[in-house]
Design a protein around this ligand. Structure first.
Ligand SMILES: [Zn+2]
Length: 253
């Protein structure tokens, strides 16, 4: 009996020790899941990782309230134009939302990290900016959205995109639902500055002044061509809207 009892004691200790290890391991994984939000552990970016779902309707409103304006910057990052846009935003104390293309994130991870470090938010703008997304299969839409989510999160060092903007606004009910289930609020716009057509900085500024009553979310681009006019227009628009009593915020989630 004594030996048996001793045996049980030993067995219990081993089980207890094993449970202790399991608890420690569980604790460690919880801790690393939280740390993943800020460090660059590669394991941070599994698309399977649980995230909190958000609203699936397309957001336009600003979290800065009735006089809030959301600056959104699409298609980058670009090694020439993104740093210039970041400079103008910083000089004016404005935080913006950058809709990042997956392949661009993969090519310029340093710029994605810089965007995050300067307090801006990330938005998923798909892997390859296919503006016919709304006519493609669900499997294609899924890979465009989830692969870009992974590419952007890897490039940022673990910071997830908080929104999804379909290239060209080509949302589908499926893509909105999928993005929202991954914590990325579908993001629209109210004012298309058409800066990609290079109409001149004056015209870009005029479009913003004329169309701002349409709603608070303004669309600019920091890639896909010469964006000198965008940089110049932002340099004028950002202080001007502030003088008119607007404040800058992020799209609602
Ligand atoms: Zn775009």
């Amino acid at each position: 009996m004594a030996r048996h009892g001793a045996g049980r004691g030993w067995y219990t200790k081993v089980i207890g020790a094993a449970l202790g290890v399991m608890v420690l391991a569980t604790g460690a994984s919880v801790w690393s899941a939280q740390a993943d939000a800020v460090d660059s552990a590669p394991k941070a970016v599994s698309p399977e990782r649980k995230v909190k779902a958000v609203e699936k309707s397309i957001a336009h409103a600003s979290d800065a309230g009735a006089r809030g304006v959301n600056i959104t910057i699409d298609d980058g990052p670009d090694p020439n134009w993104t740093p210039q846009v970041l400079d103008v935003l910083r000089e004016n104390g404005v935080k913006a939302t950058f809709c990042i293309v997956g392949t661009q994130a993969e090519a310029h991870p340093d710029l994605v990290k810089k965007v995050v470090a300067e307090g801006h938010r990330l938005c998923n703008h798909s892997v390859s900016h296919d503006t016919t997304m709304d006519r493609q299969s669900k499997a294609y839409q899924r890979s465009q959205i989830l692969d870009a989510e992974r590419m952007i999160t890897e490039a940022s060092g673990g910071v997830r995109p908080m929104y999804y903007r379909a290239p060209g606004g080509a949302f589908t009910p499926y893509s909105r639902e999928l993005a929202a289930s991954r914590g990325m609020r579908p993001l629209g716009w109210n004012v298309d500055t058409k800066d990609f057509e290079q109409p001149g900085a004056d015209a870009i500024v005029a479009t913003v002044e004329r169309e701002l009553p349409n709603g608070p979310t303004l669309l600019f681009h920091d890639a896909g061509g010469d964006r000198a006019q965008t940089v110049e227009a932002l340099r004028r628009i950002l202080p001007s809207l502030k003088e008119q009593g607007y404040s800058y915020g992020f799209p609602v989630r």
